[in-house]
Design a binder for this molecule. Sequence first.
Ligand SMILES: C[S@@+](CC[C@H](N)C(=O)[O-])C[C@H]1O[C@@H](n2cnc3c(N)ncnc32)[C@H](O)[C@@H]1O
Length: 395
Amino acid sequence: MSVPLDLPELSADEADHSAELVARVREVITKAGGWIDFAQFMQLALYSPGLGYYSAGARKFGAAGDFITAPEVAPVFSRCLAVQCAEVLRHLGAPDACILELGAGSGVMAAELLAELERQGTVPAEYLILDLSADLRERQRATLKQAVPHLLNRVRWLDSLPEESFAGLVIANEVLDALTVQRFAIRQGEVNALGVSDEFGRLVLAEVRGGERLVAAVRQIERDTGLKLPDGYESEVCLGLSPWLGAIGASLERGVMLFVDYGLPRREYYSPERTRGTLLCHFRHRFHEDALTRVGLQDITAWVDFTAVAAAAEDAGFDVSGYTTQAHFLIGAGLGDFVANVEGLDLVRRLNLSRQAMVLTLPGEMGERFKVIALSRDYDAPLRGFATRDLRHTL
Ligand SMILES: C[S@@+](CC[C@H](N)C(=O)[O-])C[C@H]1O[C@@H](n2cnc3c(N)ncnc32)[C@H](O)[C@@H]1O
């Protein structure tokens, strides 16, 4: 994929904001001796206090932002997810069961989910939200206050993972893709780390010989796929995934974690044809590969290696109890019923609902690119979202 050069122009304020963040990144590079790895750059670009993409006031989600996520496209996405959560809550039968949502964005999924759980008679004891972005907390509160004011007292925002483990669910939509990744390149059989350095005041990509952890991770990928990655091959790997998932898993004593994201099993992720990896930047609904432009003003993401998620979960003491496409998950969780049950909706709303269902499920839209993985601990009941198609064998 080439970098489009026709990205929308920046306002003077936006240009200043980005320049300030670039100056901060340059300081960090200087202190580090002239080079930082890509994960560190991504952390700074997305989460630098007051300046990073997720820490400053950018609009981000929705038509007026940079990208649209499934809960923003269609409330029915969150309603189906609620059906799956209700099934788990009922089976757990614990009056103090909670839901922990990671990375709640604008809060729209939490609002729809709570409303549907209420309709199903399964509102959790608490709905916890943990988001790296403090800036989004007020937006989430406003969304919830408007949509479900009477349930706001069940919602609690956390600054860190709960100290006491709980029974219930952990859910996250499009959060795994926001975890920082290391980029690598194969050069004459060796693994180089692709990072960032400062060339006369300009951020540039620069390579150094890969460190021990990166080299071990790439060699593991080669063993798992049975392929020797060819010279010139570039991709990325999320070294922080396993400790991150382990820490989250430690909060869940009993129940299910559900992660929805765009991604692939390892064999497809690191296929020899995918020679430039999956890193993408999102700026006002354009996507491109240049992470060093629009710093602080654009999202930077990478696809999820779901085989790595499954392995990290197993290391953390979880079973992989489901893996399927978003389309099959939503159908299993009752999307058809929601679309068919249109009593009381006028024609325009009915058409809208059908259109939204198509965006969520068609292969060329979000249906196959997005996957859902269920990771369970001390929970052995079937999960209806995974009943129509089981893709665990592909992991
Ligand atoms: C692409 S947005 C998705 C937002 C929302 N879930 C949705 O679907 O619209 C990623 C969200 O994850 C949050 N995030 C990223 N890394 C996180 C982490 N390690 N823990 C918690 N939240 C995180 C970001 O602040 C942001 O709210």
